[in-house]
Design a protein around this ligand. Structure first.
Ligand code: PMP
Length: 440
């Protein structure tokens, strides 16, 4: 069967997480990017209010990263990491390990956030077996959690659309509830006051299944893709205590909070809670080359290393694990973050940012405003029966007005590059205020 091509040949690309037919009628094409701005095919400069997809933390077209990538492709374009290695992989792992608090000293490379999540879940299961506790096989996630799109990630994730479309999931998974509670916390600045007790949901799940069957709990310190859910004060510490008490591993999915988003290198630092495994991706290469990394504690790593020396310790890995070009991109990204103080810049800007977010209070449809570090959320009241429509029209209007934002449900999520200046913050929120006044 032949399908007649559209004039601009948009048909063949089956776009991810996109209303394909709607997009292809009214495409939004990006053809360039520099600093805080994208360039559109129709020649407009669009302010990047979402750091691409929460990944371009140092802004676009950073010279050091461009140079490192070009040089690496010419020098060593590819090298396997199975029973082989190249120096930059080891250099990068050491450098990343030094950025994390001990005992998160070991780094396993992946190519995306989804792969980092599936890797962490597999390490958790294999760890329990390696120490003779194979009956600990259950994985616990959270409602409204997003952990990428692998079967592990959607199983522990809690977004109904991502789950019900596919039917089959991992078995042995349960969920605790999310922490979103507008009845008590609406319009909170920073961390919500109420809701640390939602952590006790984990005790409920433990009572139901017994701790002897549970391998790990996975949470995003700040849930991003499901609408920026900031943990109530004390919540994450309490989860850590419960996991410790019951010998359950705690996994943080820091795919969006990693690399400076909260004003500290990682959410681990911001909340002062150290999990056993940490999933990262996105900002690790400033979004330039796909890469992810899982940090594992020494307790976990050493358990694997206590078997016979001539045996492969973990039957897991990817063709592109520790890809040389990704390693080069990441090393140059870390240089850029360090030289420009970007990993703490969100802390310097956070009060200006917080005021800007909360300046939208009182505008039409706004039922909550949330912020932490350089993350913001504007929750809109949904049109009955059309739970994503209002925010999506805000997204379209904002894009026409030269500002790029992300929406999920009826929530606008903001996460600009960390190089943002106050004038950009003014442009972002000035535009959003106008947009909110214009949409139905
Ligand atoms: N975990 C979290 C918390 C994320 O926000 C994302 C992506 N938004 C992922 C995992 C998946 O990452 P990727 O799209 O790179 O697979």
């Amino acid at each position: 069967m032949t399908v007649s091509p559209r004039p601009n040949n948009l048909d063949a690309f089956w776009m991810p997480f996109t209303a394909n037919r709607q997009f292809k009628e009214n495409p939004r094409l990006l053809v360039g990017a520099e600093g805080m701005y994208y360039k559109t095919a129709d020649g407009r400069d669009v302010l990047d209010g979402s750091a691409g997809l929460w990944c371009v933390n140092a802004g676009h077209a950073r010279p050091k990263i461009i140079e490192a990538v070009s040089k690496q492709v010419a020098e060593l374009d590819y090298a396997p990491a199975f029973q082989m290695g190249h120096p930059k992989a080891f250099e990068l792992a050491s450098r990343l390990s030094a950025m994390m608090p001990t005992p998160l000293d070991y780094v396993f490379f992946t190519n995306s956030g989804s792969e980092s999540v599936d890797t962490a879940l597999k390490i958790a299961l294999a760890y329990q077996r390696a120490r003779g506790k194979g009956e600990k096989y259950r994985l616990i996630g959270r409602e409204r959690g997003y952990h990428g799109v692998g079967f592990g990630g959607i199983s522990v994730g809690g977004i109904s659309g991502n789950r019900k479309t596919f039917g089959t999931m991992l078995t042995g998974v349960d969920h605790i509830r999310h922490t979103h509670d507008l009845s008590r916390n609406a319009f909170t600045r920073g961390e919500p006051e109420y809701g640390a007790e939602f952590a006790d949901e984990m005790e409920r799940v433990i009572a139901l299944h017994d701790a002897s069957t549970i391998a790990a709990l996975i949470v995003e310190p700040v849930a991003g893709s499901t609408g920026v859910l900031i943990p109530p004060k004390g919540y994450l510490k309490r989860l850590r205590e419960i996991c410790d008490k019951h010998d359950i591993l705690l996994i943080f999915d820091e795919v969006i909070t990693g690399f400076g988003r909260l004003g500290t290198p990682f959410a681990v630092d911001y909340f002062g809670v150290v999990p056993d495994l940490v999933c990262t991706a996105k900002g690790i290469t400033n979004g330039t080359i796909p890469m992810g990394a899982v940090f594992a504690s020494s307790k976990i790593y050493e358990t694997f290393m206590s078997g016979p020396e001539n045996m492969i310790e973990l039957f897991h890995g990817y063709t592109y694990s520790a890809h040389p070009v990704a390693c080069a991109a990441s090393l140059a990204t870390l240089d850029t973050y360090e030289e420009e103080g970007l990993l703490t810049r969100a802390a310097e800007l956070s009060s200006y940012w917080e005021d800007a977010v909360h300046s939208l209070k009182g505008l039409p449809h706004v039922i909550d405003l949330r912020n932490l570090g350089l993350i913001g959320a504007i929750e809109l009241e949904s049109i009955p029966g059309a739970p994503t429509k209002r925010a999506f029209s805000a997204f379209l209007k904002a894009f026409e007005s030269n500002v790029m934002i992300r929406t999920t449900g009826d929530i606008i999520a903001l996460s600009p590059p960390l190089i943002i200046e106050k004038s950009h913050i003014d442009q972002l929120f000035g535009t959003l205020a106008n947009v909110l006044k214009q949409i139905d």
